[in-house]
Design a protein around this ligand. Structure first.
Ligand code: TYM
Length: 333
Protein backbone atom coordinates (compact mmCIF):
# COMPACT_ATOMS: atom_id res chain seq x y z
CA UNK A 1 0.00 0.00 0.00
CA UNK A 2 1.29 3.45 -0.84
CA UNK A 3 2.01 5.53 2.24
CA UNK A 4 2.13 9.27 2.73
CA UNK A 5 5.10 9.78 4.98
CA UNK A 6 5.80 12.93 6.96
CA UNK A 7 8.49 13.50 9.54
CA UNK A 8 10.53 16.34 10.97
CA UNK A 9 13.90 16.91 12.58
CA UNK A 10 14.92 19.96 14.60
CA UNK A 11 17.92 21.86 13.25
CA UNK A 12 19.57 22.24 16.62
CA UNK A 13 23.01 20.92 15.69
CA UNK A 14 24.71 17.72 16.76
CA UNK A 15 22.45 15.26 14.99
CA UNK A 16 23.49 11.98 16.53
CA UNK A 17 23.29 8.21 16.37
CA UNK A 18 19.91 8.29 18.19
CA UNK A 19 18.42 10.48 15.45
CA UNK A 20 19.93 8.18 12.85
CA UNK A 21 18.93 4.78 14.26
CA UNK A 22 15.62 5.97 15.71
CA UNK A 23 14.40 7.97 12.73
CA UNK A 24 16.61 8.87 9.74
CA UNK A 25 17.56 5.27 8.90
CA UNK A 26 13.87 4.53 8.64
CA UNK A 27 13.28 7.67 6.48
CA UNK A 28 15.82 6.26 4.02
CA UNK A 29 14.17 2.88 3.65
CA UNK A 30 10.70 4.41 3.34
CA UNK A 31 12.06 6.81 0.74
CA UNK A 32 13.59 3.95 -1.22
CA UNK A 33 10.17 2.40 -1.72
CA UNK A 34 8.81 3.96 -4.91
CA UNK A 35 5.21 3.56 -3.76
CA UNK A 36 5.65 6.00 -0.89
CA UNK A 37 5.34 9.77 -1.00
CA UNK A 38 7.80 11.19 1.49
CA UNK A 39 8.04 14.64 3.04
CA UNK A 40 10.90 15.48 5.40
CA UNK A 41 10.78 18.78 7.19
CA UNK A 42 13.51 20.79 8.89
CA UNK A 43 11.45 22.09 11.80
CA UNK A 44 13.03 25.44 12.53
CA UNK A 45 9.88 26.77 14.22
CA UNK A 46 10.23 23.96 16.74
CA UNK A 47 13.92 24.77 17.22
CA UNK A 48 13.22 28.28 18.55
CA UNK A 49 11.11 26.96 21.43
CA UNK A 50 14.45 27.13 23.23
CA UNK A 51 16.92 29.98 22.66
CA UNK A 52 18.94 29.72 19.44
CA UNK A 53 21.76 31.81 18.12
CA UNK A 54 20.50 33.07 14.71
CA UNK A 55 23.78 32.41 12.88
CA UNK A 56 24.08 28.95 14.38
CA UNK A 57 20.48 28.20 13.47
CA UNK A 58 21.14 29.09 9.82
CA UNK A 59 24.16 26.81 9.80
CA UNK A 60 22.28 23.99 11.51
CA UNK A 61 19.42 24.15 9.02
CA UNK A 62 21.85 23.47 6.17
CA UNK A 63 23.56 20.79 8.23
CA UNK A 64 20.25 19.00 8.77
CA UNK A 65 19.54 18.99 5.03
CA UNK A 66 23.09 17.75 4.40
CA UNK A 67 22.57 14.99 6.97
CA UNK A 68 19.36 13.82 5.29
CA UNK A 69 21.11 13.54 1.96
CA UNK A 70 24.36 12.11 3.30
CA UNK A 71 22.32 9.42 5.09
CA UNK A 72 20.76 8.36 1.80
CA UNK A 73 17.56 10.35 1.32
CA UNK A 74 17.21 11.20 -2.35
CA UNK A 75 15.92 14.78 -2.70
CA UNK A 76 14.53 13.88 -6.11
CA UNK A 77 12.29 11.22 -4.58
CA UNK A 78 11.06 13.26 -1.63
CA UNK A 79 10.14 16.76 -0.54
CA UNK A 80 12.69 18.32 1.81
CA UNK A 81 11.75 21.74 3.10
CA UNK A 82 12.00 24.27 5.88
CA UNK A 83 8.95 24.58 8.11
CA UNK A 84 9.09 28.36 8.65
CA UNK A 85 8.78 28.99 4.90
CA UNK A 86 5.31 27.46 4.73
CA UNK A 87 3.04 29.87 6.57
CA UNK A 88 0.27 27.29 6.89
CA UNK A 89 2.17 25.51 9.69
CA UNK A 90 1.90 28.44 12.08
CA UNK A 91 -1.70 29.15 11.03
CA UNK A 92 -2.80 25.56 11.47
CA UNK A 93 -1.00 25.36 14.81
CA UNK A 94 -3.09 28.27 16.09
CA UNK A 95 -6.38 26.77 14.95
CA UNK A 96 -5.51 23.30 16.28
CA UNK A 97 -4.37 24.91 19.52
CA UNK A 98 -7.97 25.99 19.96
CA UNK A 99 -9.08 22.37 19.51
CA UNK A 100 -6.47 20.74 21.77
CA UNK A 101 -7.21 20.70 25.53
CA UNK A 102 -4.94 21.96 28.30
CA UNK A 103 -5.37 18.64 30.08
CA UNK A 104 -3.94 16.80 27.07
CA UNK A 105 -0.87 19.04 26.88
CA UNK A 106 -0.35 18.90 30.63
CA UNK A 107 0.32 15.20 30.28
CA UNK A 108 3.22 15.59 27.83
CA UNK A 109 6.29 14.15 29.51
CA UNK A 110 8.76 15.74 27.11
CA UNK A 111 7.65 19.22 28.18
CA UNK A 112 8.16 18.26 31.81
CA UNK A 113 11.66 16.96 31.04
CA UNK A 114 12.67 19.89 28.88
CA UNK A 115 11.18 22.60 31.08
CA UNK A 116 12.89 21.11 34.14
CA UNK A 117 12.18 22.41 37.60
CA UNK A 118 11.47 25.98 36.59
CA UNK A 119 8.41 25.60 34.37
CA UNK A 120 7.50 29.28 34.82
CA UNK A 121 10.53 30.21 32.75
CA UNK A 122 9.87 27.83 29.85
CA UNK A 123 8.59 29.45 26.65
CA UNK A 124 4.94 29.13 25.70
CA UNK A 125 6.22 27.64 22.46
CA UNK A 126 7.87 24.77 24.33
CA UNK A 127 4.54 23.98 25.97
CA UNK A 128 2.44 24.11 22.81
CA UNK A 129 5.14 22.50 20.66
CA UNK A 130 3.20 19.21 20.16
CA UNK A 131 0.31 21.18 18.64
CA UNK A 132 2.65 22.61 16.01
CA UNK A 133 3.87 19.07 15.40
CA UNK A 134 0.26 17.97 14.85
CA UNK A 135 -0.20 20.85 12.39
CA UNK A 136 2.90 19.71 10.47
CA UNK A 137 1.53 16.22 10.06
CA UNK A 138 -2.15 17.00 9.45
CA UNK A 139 -1.53 19.61 6.75
CA UNK A 140 -0.13 16.91 4.48
CA UNK A 141 -2.71 14.16 5.17
CA UNK A 142 0.21 12.00 6.30
CA UNK A 143 -0.79 8.37 6.80
CA UNK A 144 2.45 7.32 8.52
CA UNK A 145 4.94 9.18 10.68
CA UNK A 146 8.35 7.58 11.29
CA UNK A 147 9.82 8.73 14.61
CA UNK A 148 11.84 7.52 17.58
CA UNK A 149 10.13 6.28 20.70
CA UNK A 150 10.36 9.68 22.46
CA UNK A 151 7.81 11.16 20.02
CA UNK A 152 5.16 8.48 20.62
CA UNK A 153 3.14 10.57 23.05
CA UNK A 154 3.18 13.57 20.69
CA UNK A 155 1.79 11.39 17.94
CA UNK A 156 -1.01 10.15 20.17
CA UNK A 157 -1.85 13.78 20.86
CA UNK A 158 -1.85 14.48 17.12
CA UNK A 159 -4.33 11.66 16.61
CA UNK A 160 -6.57 13.03 19.39
CA UNK A 161 -6.49 16.52 17.89
CA UNK A 162 -7.38 15.21 14.42
CA UNK A 163 -10.29 13.17 15.80
CA UNK A 164 -11.61 16.04 17.89
CA UNK A 165 -11.43 18.46 14.95
CA UNK A 166 -13.31 16.00 12.72
CA UNK A 167 -15.96 15.47 15.43
CA UNK A 168 -16.35 19.10 16.49
CA UNK A 169 -16.84 20.34 12.94
CA UNK A 170 -18.65 17.23 11.73
CA UNK A 171 -16.19 16.59 8.91
CA UNK A 172 -15.68 12.86 9.06
CA UNK A 173 -12.17 11.79 7.95
CA UNK A 174 -11.25 15.33 6.89
CA UNK A 175 -8.08 15.31 8.96
CA UNK A 176 -6.23 12.06 8.34
CA UNK A 177 -5.52 10.28 11.63
CA UNK A 178 -1.87 9.21 11.18
CA UNK A 179 -0.17 5.98 12.25
CA UNK A 180 3.14 6.22 14.07
CA UNK A 181 5.98 4.17 12.59
CA UNK A 182 8.17 3.35 15.57
CA UNK A 183 10.61 0.48 15.26
CA UNK A 184 9.98 -2.36 17.66
CA UNK A 185 13.60 -2.52 18.74
CA UNK A 186 16.24 0.20 19.08
CA UNK A 187 13.74 3.05 18.88
CA UNK A 188 15.33 4.69 21.92
CA UNK A 189 19.11 4.94 21.86
CA UNK A 190 20.52 5.86 25.24
CA UNK A 191 23.43 8.04 26.38
CA UNK A 192 26.87 6.40 26.31
CA UNK A 193 27.43 7.71 29.82
CA UNK A 194 24.10 6.85 31.45
CA UNK A 195 21.91 4.04 30.16
CA UNK A 196 18.80 5.48 31.81
CA UNK A 197 18.97 8.73 29.80
CA UNK A 198 18.17 9.09 26.13
CA UNK A 199 21.02 10.05 23.79
CA UNK A 200 20.40 13.70 23.16
CA UNK A 201 21.89 16.76 21.51
CA UNK A 202 21.24 18.83 24.61
CA UNK A 203 23.33 16.63 26.92
CA UNK A 204 26.37 18.67 28.00
CA UNK A 205 29.05 16.02 27.54
CA UNK A 206 29.90 15.25 23.93
CA UNK A 207 31.16 11.87 25.14
CA UNK A 208 27.53 10.87 25.77
CA UNK A 209 26.72 10.61 22.06
CA UNK A 210 28.09 9.68 18.64
CA UNK A 211 27.49 12.66 16.39
CA UNK A 212 26.89 12.07 12.71
CA UNK A 213 29.79 14.43 12.05
CA UNK A 214 32.28 12.55 14.26
CA UNK A 215 35.63 11.38 12.89
CA UNK A 216 37.07 7.90 13.19
CA UNK A 217 39.23 8.88 16.18
CA UNK A 218 36.34 10.55 17.97
CA UNK A 219 34.23 7.40 17.56
CA UNK A 220 37.01 5.14 18.87
CA UNK A 221 37.56 7.42 21.85
CA UNK A 222 33.87 7.69 22.72
CA UNK A 223 33.31 3.94 22.56
CA UNK A 224 36.44 3.34 24.64
CA UNK A 225 35.07 5.69 27.28
CA UNK A 226 31.47 4.46 27.05
CA UNK A 227 30.22 3.24 30.42
CA UNK A 228 30.00 -0.54 30.97
CA UNK A 229 30.31 -2.61 34.15
CA UNK A 230 32.71 -5.00 35.82
CA UNK A 231 30.85 -8.20 34.88
CA UNK A 232 31.68 -10.21 31.76
CA UNK A 233 29.68 -9.95 28.53
CA UNK A 234 26.11 -11.25 29.01
CA UNK A 235 25.07 -14.68 27.75
CA UNK A 236 21.33 -14.14 27.34
CA UNK A 237 18.56 -11.52 27.32
CA UNK A 238 17.78 -12.01 31.04
CA UNK A 239 21.29 -10.98 31.93
CA UNK A 240 21.01 -7.53 30.35
CA UNK A 241 17.71 -6.31 31.78
CA UNK A 242 19.38 -4.47 34.67
CA UNK A 243 22.58 -3.65 32.79
CA UNK A 244 21.30 -0.61 30.92
CA UNK A 245 24.57 0.61 29.40
CA UNK A 246 25.55 -2.84 28.17
CA UNK A 247 22.09 -3.39 26.72
CA UNK A 248 22.31 -0.06 24.89
CA UNK A 249 25.72 -0.81 23.35
CA UNK A 250 24.59 -4.27 22.24
CA UNK A 251 21.43 -2.68 20.84
CA UNK A 252 23.49 -0.19 18.82
CA UNK A 253 25.62 -3.06 17.53
CA UNK A 254 22.53 -5.07 16.57
CA UNK A 255 20.79 -2.16 14.89
CA UNK A 256 23.85 -1.25 12.82
CA UNK A 257 24.38 -4.81 11.72
CA UNK A 258 20.66 -5.34 11.01
CA UNK A 259 20.41 -8.23 13.39
CA UNK A 260 18.55 -8.88 16.64
CA UNK A 261 19.66 -8.13 20.17
CA UNK A 262 19.64 -11.86 20.89
CA UNK A 263 22.01 -12.58 18.01
CA UNK A 264 24.42 -9.87 19.04
CA UNK A 265 24.41 -11.18 22.63
CA UNK A 266 25.21 -14.65 21.27
CA UNK A 267 28.07 -13.23 19.21
CA UNK A 268 29.87 -11.81 22.19
CA UNK A 269 28.79 -14.11 25.02
CA UNK A 270 31.63 -14.75 27.43
CA UNK A 271 34.08 -12.50 25.53
CA UNK A 272 35.65 -9.47 27.12
CA UNK A 273 34.42 -5.92 26.72
CA UNK A 274 37.51 -4.67 24.93
CA UNK A 275 36.92 -7.11 22.07
CA UNK A 276 33.26 -6.11 21.83
CA UNK A 277 34.09 -2.40 21.94
CA UNK A 278 36.62 -2.82 19.15
CA UNK A 279 34.00 -4.50 16.94
CA UNK A 280 31.41 -1.90 17.86
CA UNK A 281 33.79 0.95 16.98
CA UNK A 282 34.53 -0.67 13.66
CA UNK A 283 30.90 -1.08 12.70
CA UNK A 284 30.18 2.50 13.78
CA UNK A 285 33.12 3.80 11.77
CA UNK A 286 31.93 1.90 8.69
CA UNK A 287 28.49 3.48 8.99
CA UNK A 288 29.12 6.96 10.37
CA UNK A 289 32.40 8.07 8.78
CA UNK A 290 31.08 7.97 5.18
CA UNK A 291 28.01 9.96 6.33
CA UNK A 292 30.22 12.40 8.20
CA UNK A 293 32.52 12.97 5.18
CA UNK A 294 29.53 13.38 2.89
CA UNK A 295 28.00 15.96 5.25
CA UNK A 296 31.24 17.95 5.16
CA UNK A 297 31.37 17.75 1.37
CA UNK A 298 27.74 18.84 1.00
CA UNK A 299 28.22 21.73 3.42
CA UNK A 300 30.84 23.20 1.11
CA UNK A 301 28.14 23.59 -1.55
CA UNK A 302 25.62 25.83 0.17
CA UNK A 303 23.95 26.76 -3.11
CA UNK A 304 23.03 23.14 -3.72
CA UNK A 305 21.55 22.75 -0.23
CA UNK A 306 19.62 26.02 -0.50
CA UNK A 307 18.26 24.96 -3.88
CA UNK A 308 16.93 21.70 -2.39
CA UNK A 309 15.06 23.72 0.23
CA UNK A 310 13.71 26.11 -2.43
CA UNK A 311 12.45 23.27 -4.60
CA UNK A 312 10.98 21.57 -1.56
CA UNK A 313 9.16 24.60 -0.20
CA UNK A 314 7.43 25.20 -3.50
CA UNK A 315 5.96 21.69 -3.49
CA UNK A 316 5.15 21.66 0.22
CA UNK A 317 3.46 25.05 0.08
CA UNK A 318 1.19 23.90 -2.72
CA UNK A 319 -0.13 21.03 -0.59
CA UNK A 320 -0.30 22.88 2.72
CA UNK A 321 -1.99 26.03 1.39
CA UNK A 322 -4.84 24.00 -0.07
CA UNK A 323 -5.38 22.20 3.22
CA UNK A 324 -5.27 25.34 5.35
CA UNK A 325 -7.81 27.02 3.07
CA UNK A 326 -10.21 24.13 3.65
CA UNK A 327 -9.50 24.25 7.40
CA UNK A 328 -10.34 27.97 7.45
CA UNK A 329 -13.57 27.41 5.54
CA UNK A 330 -14.59 24.61 7.91
CA UNK A 331 -13.88 26.74 10.96
CA UNK A 332 -16.01 29.56 9.50
CA UNK A 333 -13.40 32.21 8.71
P1 TYM B 1 13.99 15.69 17.25
O1 TYM B 1 14.55 16.73 16.36
O2 TYM B 1 14.26 15.79 18.70
O3 TYM B 1 14.51 14.26 16.78
C1 TYM B 1 14.41 13.84 15.44
C2 TYM B 1 14.07 12.36 15.38
O4 TYM B 1 15.07 11.59 16.07
C3 TYM B 1 14.45 10.75 17.03
N1 TYM B 1 15.35 10.62 18.20
C4 TYM B 1 15.72 9.45 18.73
N2 TYM B 1 15.41 8.18 18.40
C5 TYM B 1 15.98 7.20 19.14
N3 TYM B 1 16.83 7.43 20.18
C6 TYM B 1 17.16 8.68 20.55
N4 TYM B 1 18.00 8.89 21.55
C7 TYM B 1 16.59 9.77 19.81
N5 TYM B 1 16.70 11.12 19.89
C8 TYM B 1 15.92 11.62 18.90
C9 TYM B 1 13.16 11.48 17.40
O5 TYM B 1 12.21 10.57 17.94
C10 TYM B 1 12.73 12.05 16.09
O6 TYM B 1 12.01 11.12 15.33
N6 TYM B 1 9.18 17.00 17.59
C11 TYM B 1 10.15 16.32 16.78
C12 TYM B 1 10.28 16.90 15.40
C13 TYM B 1 9.00 17.08 14.66
C14 TYM B 1 8.26 16.06 14.01
C15 TYM B 1 7.15 16.73 13.40
C16 TYM B 1 8.41 14.68 13.89
C17 TYM B 1 8.36 18.25 14.43
N7 TYM B 1 7.24 18.05 13.66
C18 TYM B 1 6.21 16.01 12.67
C19 TYM B 1 7.47 13.97 13.16
C20 TYM B 1 6.36 14.63 12.57
C21 TYM B 1 11.51 16.42 17.45
O7 TYM B 1 11.75 17.31 18.23
O8 TYM B 1 12.42 15.53 17.00
Amino acid sequence: MSKKIFSGVQPTGNLHLGNYLGAIKNFVSLNNNKENKCIFCVVDLHAITVKQDPDELKKNIRETVATFIASGIDPKKSIIFKQSRVAAHAEAAWILGCVARMGWLNRMTQFKEKAGKDKEKASIGLYSYPVLMAADILLYDATHVPVGDDQKQHLELCRDIAQKFNNDFEVENFLQVPEPLIQKEFSRIMSLKDGSKKMSKSELSDLSRINLTDTKDEIINKIKKAKTDTLSMPKNLNEIEERLEVKNLLGIYASLSDTTLEKSIENFAGKNFSEFKEKLSQILINKIVPISSEIKKLLSDQKYLDQILLDGVEKADLIASKKIERIKEIVGF
